[in-house]
Write a protein that binds this ligand. Structure first.
Ligand code: HSE
Length: 404
């Protein structure tokens, strides 16, 4: 029997406790022995909850208990998650986390400690909720050179954009509902401004290239500037607006990476990834493109990924599983070098404005038949050229990049 502790009894932590109880037999069969929840660390008390008798408030009880071999970190944020996780690894315990902020900021260091101590630092639940994408990258695709990743990696924003698109909801209505359903983080800014997607694509790219990708080097835009009018134009074009995190390995060894709302057509494999679901396209040089799809957020899907990592920890007792992510820094190319087409909404009427806009052409002109405006889709342009040209055009109401 292996003893486990959960640090943080919030949505995911309580889901882990629930699955450990509900699937006790399945888990014992898979792990080869029972996993027993010994402690739940939280600042709060949960009178009447199923873990009431396991609740503790003092981290050192976990750190110093040699019988606890598996520690789940579901507190979120950096402090005190980072010092607690580090201390657990140094105390030769496997640590399993769902915390993308922690992995993105300190992944290289924590993996190095796990390697040195011959334990494991697993973080499947940090990206894609219940989708097994991390293990796919370090295990199933270990013989591949990954040249591209494109994903819808945030359930909350995908839910919001889907509701705006399919139900005509406003951004605020959709955000409120996402929070009620427990998808959105406590602070919605992390979701809607793109930070969450940015950390996830940094983690995936680090896994893909085997080097540390700093999420702060990745260009990021969220969805707060997307309006119902933009959504109407996208519909008219037979397209959909999705918050995409993407990265590509360039021939010069640099990585191009970005997080931004992108207009994608019905033919795009991610077009039908709706609601809280996530979808990830992985392009390998030998495999070609493969796609991974599933629940990207929510209590039980995410907790399921945590539990699978716990079983993986038990199966690899006394042995570090190499995830292939070194501390070497990966250079990220400047955003200005990326090439897109651009959806540009402008004030006025086409007959008066098209001569100003020829610099973006040949153009596709779109109108929704109302308002004092229309839109164009530009030719393919490097971001640097687009910015230079757009700076000289008056009356631009919104810009959304369009898939190539
Ligand atoms: N807030 C995140 C999302 C949770 O909506 O995808 C899962 O990481």
């Amino acid at each position: 029997m292996k003893n486990a502790a959960i640090m943080g009894y919030g949505t995911i932590g309580s889901g882990v406790a629930e699955i450990l109880e509900e699937n006790r037999d399945v888990i014992a069969r898979a792990a080869g022995e029972e996993i027993r929840l010994k402690y739940v660390l939280d600042l709060r008390d949960f009178p009447g909850s199923p873990v009431e008798d396991k609740l503790i408030h003092d981290f050192s009880m976990i750190e110093q208990d040699r019988d606890v071999e598996l520690v789940v970190e579901t507190m979120g944020g950096i402090n005190p998650a980072y010092p607690f996780v580090k201390a657990c690894l140094l105390a030769e315990k496997h640590v399993i986390t769902s915390n993308k902020a922690l992995v993105a900021a300190h992944g290289s260091e924590l993996l190095a400690i796990a390697r040195e101590k011959q334990v494991n630092f697993f973080f499947e639940a940090s990206v894609g909720g219940g989708i097994p994408i991390i293990r796919t990258l370090y295990d199933c695709l270990m013989g591949e050179k990954i040249e591209g990743l494109t994903g819808i990696l945030n359930g909350t924003t995908n839910f919001i954009l889907t509701k705006m698109d399919k139900e005509g909801w406003t951004f605020d209505q959709a955000l409120k509902e996402a929070q009620c359903l427990g998808y959105a983080e406590r602070n919605p800014e992390a979701d809607v401004e793109g930070h969450d997607t940015c950390r996830k694509i940094a983690i995936l790219t680090s896994m893909a290239v085997g080097k540390e990708v700093n999420y702060e080097d990745i260009y990021m835009e969220g969805i707060t500037r997307i309006t119902d009018i933009d959504v109407q134009y996208a519909e008219k074009l037979g397209m959909s607006i999705k918050l995409i995190g993407a990265s590509r390995l360039q021939a010069d060894g640099m990585v191009s990476a970005y997080v931004l709302p992108l207009m994608i057509s019905r033919e795009h494999p991610l077009y039908s990834v709706n609601d809280v679901f996530n979808g990830i396209l992985v392009k390998g040089t030998m495999l070609g493109t493969s796609m991974y799809y599933g629940s990207g957020a929510g209590k039980l899907p995410t907790a399921s990924a945590v539990v699978a990592d716990m079983i993986h920890g038990v199966r690899n007792a006394g042995r570090n599983v190499e995830l292939g992510w070194s501390a070497e820094k990966q250079a990220v190319a400047p955003m200005e070098m990326n090439v897109f087409r651009y959806f540009i909404r402008v004030a006025g009427q086409p007959e008066d404005r098209l001569s100003d806009l020829m610099t973006f052409g040949p153009l596709e002109v779109v109108s929704t038949g109302k308002n004092d405006e229309f839109a164009i889709i530009s030719k393919e342009m490097p971001e640097a050229n687009f910015r230079e040209e757009a700076a000289g055009v008056e009356g631009i109401r919104s810009v959304i990049r369009v898939e190539l």
